[in-house]
Write a protein that binds this ligand. Structure first.
Ligand code: NI
Length: 142
């Protein structure tokens, strides 16, 4: 197979982010900045492709939010009710006085799961949100 040609491009980001990137690269065994960024892009592409399309996936959506923020719990509940069949179970943890963590177990078509995750993560007041995809277990033999 022909080796793909290298493409040079420049990036701009906050200096402290670059410092952290370099520290992470060093901790992972000294890969250079280009290799480290390329590895991160590859990982994101795999994740992105795994969350599109019509194949079935299982996974979790994790949300962290401040429950004092007006309407947030009602909004998150409304969104979850709109996608009831995809959500198998939910767990709510009170992290501290302000912050709640909600973990939703989800299962269904990749594009539909991604849509509900995007809506929840984009809800105003959600500080961090992440969809983690795993297999439904039917794709692999152990
Ligand atoms: Ni709570």
């Amino acid at each position: 197979m022909r080796k793909p040609s290298l493409c040079r491009f420049s990036l701009s980001m906050a200096g402290d982010l670059v410092d952290k990137l370099d520290a992470m690269a060093k901790a992972k065994g000294g890969a250079n900045r280009s290799q480290t960024v390329a590895d991160m892009v590859r990982a994101q592409l795999i994740e992105h492709q795994g969350q599109r399309g019509t194949h079935h996936i299982a996974g979790t959506i994790t949300l962290v939010y401040d429950h004092h923020r007006r309407n947030i719990q009602g909004l998150l509940t409304d969104i979850q009710h709109d996608h009831g069949p995809l959500i198998i179970a939910t767990m709510h943890v009170h992290l501290d006085h302000h912050n709640c963590m909600e973990v939703l177990a989800v299962r269904g078509r990749a594009d539909a799961v991604r849509r509900v995750a995007d809506r929840l993560i984009a809800a105003p007041g959600v500080k961090h949100g992440k969809l983690t995809v795993t297999t439904t277990g039917q794709d692999f033999e152990a």
